[in-house]
Ligand binder design. Structure first.
Ligand SMILES: *[C@@H]1O[C@H](CO)[C@@H](O)[C@H](O)[C@H]1NC(C)=O
Length: 370
């Protein structure tokens, strides 16, 4: 490299670095962040005291930038974390913030991570324009008091892997566009006021491994398309108003490990394949209107940490094959219409009578002898 070309490259770079011109964040992104902080009130920890000076990329609490372009990539403000700033003497390890999320956040168009979580007091709606942040991978707004609807256009976020809006006061329906989130791995909408049905083509979410929709007001049936979600490990639909039959497709899902359908209005018989799905280790169907016999489909591969079928209308005997299961930790068959002799051997020898209480005519250990 000649002296001239070296100087041609090095000199401007040298000047740029020492004048600070390429290091600071863009003035418009700085303005957008300041608008965000001015609409939030965090009275105890002084997190936003660090949001000073021209360079939002250095030492602004919770802000990270791309090292090359100096565009803001992460806004990460968690009210409950291991962060020492939350462990200040005189404060509990959980923060509190009020105010609302300013739509100015949507001007940060290189944003990949938006976390404003566990602040309890943040109200208002999720700015619909977040659905236009093309690079967003993580949207985590858990544990606030957000109201209004989930943005209708949320399905535009093709790179989104985590959508966590749990523990808020969101209303309306799950937007139908949600099924277009082709990269989504983790969906948590638990503990809101969401109504309406689960979108019929929910099973289009091929990458999804956790679908947590519990504690809402959801109606209708479980879409059978759910059987197409071959990565789904954790399905929690508990405490809704879902009805209809439990789809047999759930019995074919290879990596399904947790299946919580408790406290709904499911009816009909339990599909044998579902109880026989040996990958499922936690299953709770308690407090529904399930009928028929408990399928006698357990075997040496069955490994249940929790098997709770209590408070249904199940009849017939306690299935004998349960004693061939590899492990059954917590079993609850109470408050059904079961009848007959409780089989002997494991797991029945370590269970208490509460596992069988409130049935029609069960007998044998741990209940009274037949
Ligand atoms: C199963 O669900 C019921 C109803 O929601 C709940 O009361 C019970 O604690 C759950 N069982 C287990 C073992 O978690």
């Amino acid at each position: 490299m000649g002296v001239f070309s070296f100087a041609a490259i090095a000199l401007p770079l040298f000047l740029a670095i020492f004048s600070g011109a390429v290091i600071a964040c863009s003035p418009s992104e700085r303005e957008a962040l300041l608008a965000l902080s001015s609409s939030l009130k965090e009275p105890y920890l002084g997190l936003f005291d660090s949001w000073q000076g021209t360079d939002c990329c250095s030492n602004w609490y919770g802000i990270s930038c791309d090292p090359t372009t100096h565009r803001v990539t992460d806004v990460s403000l968690r009210g409950e974390s291991e962060d020492p700033i939350l462990q200040k003497p005189g404060h509990s390890a959980s923060g509190y913030m009020t105010g609302s999320i300013n739509p100015s956040i949507c001007q940060l168009d290189k944003l990949t991570t938006l976390i404003i979580a566990d602040w309890k007091g943040i109200t208002g709606e999720i700015p619909p324009c977040v659905a236009a942040l093309p690079n967003l991978r993580v949207l985590d707004l858990i544990g606030n008091s957000l109201s209004g609807k989930i943005p209708e256009q949320i399905g535009n976020l093709k790179k989104l892997t985590v959508l966590n809006l749990a523990d808020n006061k969101l209303t309306g329906e799950i937007p139908s566009s949600i099924v277009q989130l082709s990269s989504l791995k983790h969906l948590d909408l638990s503990n809101n006021l969401l109504a309406g049905e689960i979108p019929a083509n929910f099973g289009n979410l091929k990458m999804l491994s956790r679908a947590l929709l519990s504690r809402n007001q959801l109606l209708g049936t479980i879409p059978t398309s759910i059987g197409n979600m071959y990565r789904l490990a954790d399905l929690d639909l508990s405490m809704n108003k879902l009805s209809g039959q439990i789809p047999a497709q759930l019995g074919k899902m290879k990596v399904l490990a947790t299946l919580n359908l408790d406290n709904n209005m499911f009816s009909g018989a339990i599909p044998p394949a579902v109880l026989g799905n040996s990958g499922v280790g936690i299953l709770n169907f308690s407090r529904n209107s399930l009928e028929g016999n408990v399928p006698d489909v357990f075997g040496p591969k069955s490994y249940y940490m929790v098997l709770d079928l209590s408070f249904n209308n199940l009849k017939g005997p306690v299935p004998k094959s349960l004693s061939s299961a590899k492990y059954v930790g917590h079993l609850d068959l109470s408050h059904n219409h079961l009848c007959g002799e409780i089989p002997v051997g494991t797991p029945f020898d370590h269970l208490e009578s509460s596992s069988f209480d409130g049935n029609d005519c069960l007998c044998g250990n741990p209940l009274k002898t037949c």
